[in-house]
Write a protein that binds this ligand. Sequence first.
Ligand SMILES: [Cu+2]
Length: 69
Amino acid sequence: MAESISLAVTGLKCAGCESNVSTQLNNIEGVITVNASTKESKVEVTFDSSKTNSAAISQAISDAGYVVD
Ligand SMILES: [Cu+2]
């Protein structure tokens, strides 16, 4: 089942950050779409809830060096 989350993320500063976060998240099995916005300090993710969860997504963002508020 597809679920969407929107996370407030601190540390996104440029298009490189957007692409970095997107790449990391797309590596997670079950992630369907990623929309990282520097302007809004926000990351929106759609994922298959039978394969991953919001905790794993938050963790991956932290591991990439950004802070999930
Ligand atoms: Cu950057």
